[in-house]
Design a protein around this ligand. Sequence first.
Ligand SMILES: *Cc1c(COP(=O)(O)O)cnc(C)c1O
Length: 441
Amino acid sequence: MTNQPHRSLLTDLPGPRSLELAARRSASVTAAVGSSVPVYAADARGALVEDVDGNVLIDLGAGIAVTTLGAAHPDVVAAVTEQAARFTHTCFMVTPYEGYVEVAERLADLVPGDHEKRTVLLSTGAEAVENAVKIARRATGRQGVLVLDHGYSGRTNLTMAMTAKAMPYKTGFGPFSPEVYRVPTSYPLRDPEGMTGEQAAARLVEAAERQVGADQVAALVAEPIQGEGGFVVPAPGFWAALREWTAEHGIVLVADEVQTGFARTGAMFAVEHEGVVPDLVTMAKGIAGGMPLAAVTGRADLMDAVHPGGLGGTFGGNPVACAAALASFEVFARDDMPARARAVETRVRARLEAVAARVPAVAQVRGRGAMLALELVRPGTLDPDKAAAAQVAATCLANGVITLTAGSWGNIIRLLPPLVITDDQLDEALDVLVSALDQLS
Ligand SMILES: *Cc1c(COP(=O)(O)O)cnc(C)c1O
């Protein structure tokens, strides 16, 4: 990779070699798998991605909140290399190894709450969510699972049932797993004016008690800030009220921190901002510097209520992924990555708030830390404008900046920069984004 630390465009995007690969791809890879950025990566360092045509892009998506420490953090690369040379796999269910135990020990310290904790390691976020539901059902002897409007849980059968958005995640893939109930969440921009977090929680509780009955509910699974749903930050007090209600009725409160976890929001976990201790926490994405690893960590009494052998998986807690996670945990602490996320927020927010003040299509700037989004609407209304979001993302890409869209209506631009992004790179990317947004008015 070139050593220059900036964006550099040598061809139109996608360039000729990316177009060649796209042609090979369409003859070999199913069309069902999409790519939002049709530029093929050759190399990636920190917040820069170099494509096969030698273009260098600034990455504000981090591979969907995964490469929080950059695309090839030297400490992660060293740990992976060292572990891969020793062994790549034994299967923890056959011949266990120290790395898995050490990750579990570290997660017990990192995850909120002073209570005794246990962990199971897996490979994907959807698997973590599935396992949290298995644990909650086994521990409570109940079946019902409450999920939120606009929520995202994954693409397996159970997690499709738990996911709110039909297209592209669910359409035509049913029947879905039963005993999953969707309840209203707190969405301050779209809720009745002035609705508090407590009122939004009361609306949820009313729907749950009417449709399911609290004593039938094993778990409430919720993202502290909805990721695919569009970085929806609930009104203050929402989580505290949910904590109180779930505790009162013996319902397992699962914080799905798959997207929000690991310093992303300016704290190691986003529930910390709510002052709430969940019973179980699901994690994946940013946990291991880009290596596939997922976890459920939570109350020992719940985790150990499952019979021996009831949880696991061939690849779960792969030793190379565990080594990457342990190296990442060191970097998160040593370089105070939560503080870096807060610094990124200050820098990005200032620019985005200024745009929101002059571009009527920007209805709201929201999020926490380095997880910030813009919701785009038709000016003067709250009608979602998906085309505007697509246009902004396309303009950014044409100018060498990777952004992602999100939201139930696809009208949200979300920013998830790697936390190792330099201030110069961030400013340069924001110049491009701001100019793309200005073109909306
Ligand atoms: C991405 C995501 C998942 C699913 O993770 P995969 O690794 O894609 O299976 C689950 N929950 C949340 C909140 C996510 O953002």
